[in-house]
Design a protein around this ligand. Sequence first.
Ligand code: OAD
Length: 255
Amino acid sequence: MSEFEFPSDLLHRLREAHHVVVLTGAGISAESGIPTFREAQTGLWARYDPQELASPQALAHHPELVWQWYAWRRDLVRRAQPNPGHLALAALEKMVPRFTLITQNVDGLHQRAGSQEVVELHGNIMRTVCAANRHLVTEWASPPEGEAPRCPICGSVLRPDVVFFGEPLPPQALQTATAAVQTADVMLVVGTSGAVYPAAALPEIAKTHGAYVVEINPLPTPLSSLADVILRLPAGKALPALLAAAWPEHTPERL
Ligand code: OAD
């Protein structure tokens, strides 16, 4: 028996959907202990603005600082575990005929939770590429003492394979995401502030193409006004409960 009441229309649409698309942001990983972008950073990094560190300018002028910041975030990600929100989305993928999970997160927690169809719009923090030619460097590049590590192939500075502020998104990922939202019957928008484009435009495209849009976020966002249903709850509570309410007979006990 769920402690939440969901609108029957929402449960019906989920059960009947042919294609469910989910857009996630940093909020879904907050319950795994990874701080979101727009909340205060902690400890050593409290005085830095993530927007300034995650930038091509910072990499060019202060590569060692950028590397130390990413080393700290990588460490957080390595120690984090998928939470019930991630696990519920992995389970939801198995319930519906077609499912696409679009994430702005770079932490890989959806894949670790078992999600298969994941479109990474902003890259993945655990991969390392070189700044000049995007050579993929597989060996672990440890945080430098003095200067940033360099590509063994071309010698340019290495960087995490993530999209920095002001950089374009990987074209293939954006294309896949845009195509997916156009055929979605239901779109769940989970834990994103809707502040960063083009990801923030995806729910509107979905809506224009007839999708039923559901926002799951404890706080209002600019996307709230286009949602058909708003669940003002943390994702780790809302998603398992929603799954259990829509498919009471199938939901695994561990959720
Ligand atoms: P933000 O940090 O902007 O927003 C996080 C959202 O999650 C906020 O709206 C919170 O209210 C919400 N939230 C917090 N805890 C939650 C919980 N337990 N369950 C559900 N929601 C919760 O993160 P994003 O929207 O992901 O881009 O930010 C988008 C992009 O901006 C990031 O991918 C990153 C950043 O700059 C790049 O690095 C290119």
